[in-house]
Every structure is written in structure tokens, then in C-alpha cells.
Design a protein around this ligand. Structure first.
Ligand code: 5GP
Ligand code: ZN
Length: 106
């Protein structure tokens, strides 16, 4: 999607502090961290919200993103962490490209 900020980060058109990159997703530091560790895990495919995930097509994606988040939490030295999706404007979502917040404390 051309005017999506996270698609631009996925495509390398906007720089980000990238911590992970694979076939399905990337991860980078949140620009306004709300914890000692605040990483966004973002699928490469443009999907606006978690509510748009399709049964069958995306079944593997979220599990994979959790695996990535677990590895990053360990690597970054989180003693405890929270994994969060904000869904829709009322749910606090500001960027309409699916992203998992990994917020960790050392
Ligand atoms: P949301 O409220 O949509 O769940 O979270 C969006 C998150 O993206 C916010 O925590 C915000 O700080 C982060 N964010 C927004 N724009 C950028 C950006 O250009 N680069 C990075 N690294 N993070 C961003
Ligand atoms: Zn996008």
C-alpha cells in the first residue's frame, strides 16, 4: 500500500531500527517507546487490522509473530513482557497495518 507508513518501512523507503527480518515479518524499535524494550513486529503483507486476518490464509502468521517476539524478548534481556494488538480506532490503533507491540522490562 503506497501511503502506509509500515509498508514503507517494510519496503525500505523509510528507515527503521530493524531487529529482525524474515519471509513473513520484520521487527523494529517503536519510535516512541513506552517500556524499556518496545518493539513492533509487523507482517510484510499489508493487512489493516487484526480483525481483517482471514481464517485459513493467515492462521500461521500470528503464531509466527509470537515466536519472533519471544526470541527478541530473550535476546534484548526482557525479564517480563507484554504482547499487545490494538484493534481499530476505539482500541487505540493509530497505524492501520497490523503490528504486534512487544513491551518488555529489564
Ligand atoms: P498503534 O497505536 O497503532 O497500535 O501503534 C502504532 C505505534 O507505531 C506507536 O507506538 C507509534 O509510536 C509507532 N510508530 C508510528 N510511526 C512510526 C514510525 O514511523 N517509525 C516507528 N519506528 N514507529 C512508529
Ligand atoms: Zn501497510
Amino acid at each position: 500500500m503506497t501511503d502506509c507508513i509500515f509498508c514503507k518501512i517494510v519496503g525500505g523507503d523509510i528507515p527503521a531500527d530493524k531487529l529482525h527480518d524474515d519471509d513473513l515479518c520484520i521487527a523494529f524499535n517503536d519510535i516512541h517507546p513506552k517500556a524499556d524494550i518496545h518493539i513492533l513486529v509487523v507482517p510484510k503483507e499489508h493487512i489493516a487490522t487484526v480483525a481483517d486476518l482471514e481464517e485459513g490464509k493467515h492462521d500461521h502468521l500470528v503464531g509466527h509473530m509470537v515466536n519472533v517476539a519471544n526470541k527478541l524478548a530473550k535476546r534484548e534481556g526482557a525479564q517480563g513482557y507484554r504482547i499487545q494488538f490494538n484493534v481499530g480506532e476505539k482500541g487505540g490503533q493509530e497505524v492501520f497495518h497490523v503490528h504486534m507491540h512487544l513491551m518488555g522490562w529489564k
